[in-house]
Design a protein around this ligand. Structure first.
Ligand code: GLC
Length: 399
């Protein structure tokens, strides 16, 4: 094991939570529960260091899955009754997070080839992605929606300011405001169809839908490995439809944008955030699109010492120390680096991977970092910042 791998494993073990019927890695410090996309990221690292625990962690994610297929973004295994107070329901939240579980399950299989694990999770995964593709794609345009900023995983991003137009307190009171936004959902008893019909925040995001396309492809690989040929073709077809919708409908000629839909209103959110780079992960990204994205990345985002900041420094509300508003996050870099590999941008990928590795080596596994100084901010010993280990394992020797 390399030094970095040893430190990563120590961090993940420090945050380990085990009970009679659950196993997970908490994100770190103040977070005590299991978070959906965090756990999927942990599994991507643990598959190299402790695959048995990675399987248990993914398994625990399904504990509060509903018959509809829905999986919550927070599972409160240790004190499920307290959720009644916070969420008005037992055991978990009623929101989703980026749908990245199939990729983690498939990546784990690529390391340990445990078909029984695939076989056990496949029906649950199927229900989950069918839920995302139907209930969460209300208008059936092959782009699913988030209906709360917390669902995006980029909680306080400058992208969400449109929803709070004219209310300057967004920066200071966001946590209360976001919690208040869940109250109508409690009144609807977390009925997802009704939530989709009535939500005042309703966004089809670039990053979320790129991740969906990748995960539908992972579903195709899982189905194929299980000998389910017609399922595999169906998932593959769905992945292609989402990919096409992102590349055509979310492209504005210069960059990728989010769609904001409420009632009959249809608007675009055009903010300079690294969400625009997620389509680098898509195999059929057009040459012209790639050229523009690379130019934006180099000229607007790589100008800081420790990229990639979660908002371009040119954005009026860019803040190098604030949560998702300009700080650098390892999981965002993770997808951008993989996207650069996909696009055969060898040099740029290498630079960004070197910088990200140096950042976690000198500052430790923090929740996020100041893009100018590299100072670690937020929670320390933060679990998903160990993703660098998976990147180093994946790094192609030649692309
Ligand atoms: C914050 C992040 C979210 C993450 C959670 C736990 O809410 O914005 O993406 O899943 O913390 O780390």
């Amino acid at each position: 094991m390399t030094d970095l791998e040893t430190k990563a494993l120590e961090t993940l073990q420090k945050n380990r939570v085990e009970g009679p019927n659950f196993w997970y890695t908490r994100p770190g410090g103040k977070y005590k529960h299991q978070f959906f996309w965090d756990s999927c990221c942990h599994a991507l690292v643990l598959r190299h260091l402790d695959p048995t625990f990675a399987k248990r962690e993914l398994h625990s994610l399904f504990r509060f899955q509903e018959p509809s297929g829905f999986i919550p973004h927070i599972s409160a295994h240790i004190d499920p009754w307290l959720s009644r107070f916070y969420w008005g329901r037992y055991g978990s939240s009623g929101l989703i997070q980026p749908p990245i579980v199939a990729e983690s399950v498939w990546a784990l299989y690529e390391v340990d080839h445990d078909k029984a694990f695939l076989r056990e999770l496949y029906p649950k995964l199927t229900k989950y992605y069918e839920f995302i593709l139907t209930v969460r794609d209300h208008d059936q345009d092959h782009l699913f929606s988030y209906i709360h900023p917390w669902e995006s995983g980029w909680d306080q991003s400058i992208e969400w300011e449109f929803a709070f137009q004219g209310r300057q307190q967004f920066g200071r009171q966001w946590r209360t405001r976001f919690w208040l936004m869940t109250l109508p959902f409690r009144r609807l008893k977390w009925d997802q169809e009704a939530m989709m019909r009535t939500a005042r925040f309703h966004v089809e995001t670039v990053d979320g839908n790129v991740l969906l396309a990748l995960n539908l492809s992972a579903m195709a690989s899982i189905a194929k490995a299980l000998g389910k040929g017609s399922d595999a073709s169906k998932w593959h077809e769905q992945a292609k439809q989402v990919e096409k919708a992102v590349l055509t409908d979310l492209w504005d000629g210069d960059t990728f944008v989010d769609h904001y839909l409420v009632g009959s209103m249809h608007d675009i959110i055009k903010k300079r955030t690294p969400a625009m780079f997620f389509p680098l992960l898509l195999p059929s990204l057009k040459k012209e699109q790639k050229k523009k994205l690379i130019a934006h990345l180099v000229n607007e985002f790589m100008t800081v010492s420790w990229p990639v900041p979660t908002a371009a420094p040119s954005e009026p509300h860019f803040n190098p120390t604030a949560y998702w508003r300009g700080t650098t996050w390892v999981n965002v870099n993770y997808y951008i680096i993989r996207g650069l590999w996909q696009q055969k941008e060898k040099e740029l990928a290498k630079d960004l991977l070197d910088l990200t590795t140096r950042l976690v080596t000198r500052s430790g596994f923090h929740e996020y970092y100041n893009p100018f100084t590299g100072e670690g901010l937020g929670v320390n010993d933060f679990s998903w910042s160990t993703l660098v280990v998976d990147l180093l394992k994946r790094a192609p020797t030649s692309v």
